[in-house]
Design a binder for this molecule. Structure first.
Ligand SMILES: [Zn+2]
Ligand SMILES: [Zn+2]
Length: 236
């Protein structure tokens, strides 16, 4: 370790982002052992398509995927959307503590599920509506994409997908209402760009899947050959 790094550790001790306990060193991930062990990583066995984890057995297709429910080809998330991750995500989304994003990207790229992704031609972060982007000042999906895939930086199209219609916050709606709320909400800036291409869609969290599904439908409609989803977390 360099002298500068050692001095920095003494003067500005790093703290666990989840419980605020002092850490020995300022190194990613900024989580103490306890909080890190409380995360719920998703590992095999899981659904070969949507990535939902199974309690036991081999990897296979789940009932939803067998019935062709999803408009994407593959979805993976390194973690379940449970505490302490729920609070961490809230802190960076609404409290702008973006160090949490660097920590989770650091852990995400070390997850085994990331190796399931095909090498994409294009990467699209799920967009925010212009008004929401102005309020928040950043799109967490774009920041997460940049942090996780620096080697694919030239494939990340930050405004490739646009949210053309402001929608009611999904959190207030039921599953069916969420889907209806999003119809016509997204469009592609250059529809011809995706024709025949493998597209990786990035977001922070998947809960019911309605947002990533609607984006996938738009991509499919414009001729994308393959659509994969990568999110930091997914709900069960
Ligand atoms: Zn902690
Ligand atoms: Zn599935």
């Amino acid at each position: 370790m360099s002298l500068v790094a050692s001095v920095k550790d003494v003067l500005f001790p790093a703290r666990c982002l989840a419980c605020d306990k002092q850490l020995d060193r300022y190194r990613l991930p900024l989580l103490c052992e306890d909080c890190r062990s409380r995360l719920s990583p998703i590992t095999a066995p899981l659904c070969l398509c949507c990535g939902i984890p199974f309690p036991a057995g081999e990897n296979h297709l789940c009932g939803d995927c067998l019935s062709g429910r999803w408009p994407f080809d593959l979805a993976r998330a390194p973690f379940l959307y449970e505490e302490p991750l729920v609070s961490l995500i809230h802190k960076w989304k609404f409290g702008r503590q973006l160090t949490g994003l660097a920590t989770m990207a650091h852990l995400s790229v070390r997850s085994t599920v990331i190796s399931h992704l095909a090498t994409p031609d294009l990467i699209f972060p799920v967009p925010l509506h212009k008004r929401r982007l102005q309020q928040r000042g950043f799109n967490q999906a774009l920041l997460f994409a940049n942090k996780c895939f620096p080697d694919w930086g030239d494939k990340i199209i930050h405004d490739g997908l646009r949210r053309v219609r402001a929608t009611i916050p999904q959190i207030t709606l039921t599953g069916a209402e969420r889907r209806k709320n999003l119809i016509g909400a997204f469009s592609l800036r250059q529809p011809r760009l995706v024709k025949g291409k493998s597209v990786l869609l990035i977001d922070d969290v998947v809960t019911t899947g309605s947002t990533v599904c609607e984006c996938s439908r738009v991509l499919r409609h414009c001729g994308a050959a393959r659509v994969e989803i990568f999110t930091l977390a997914r709900a069960l």
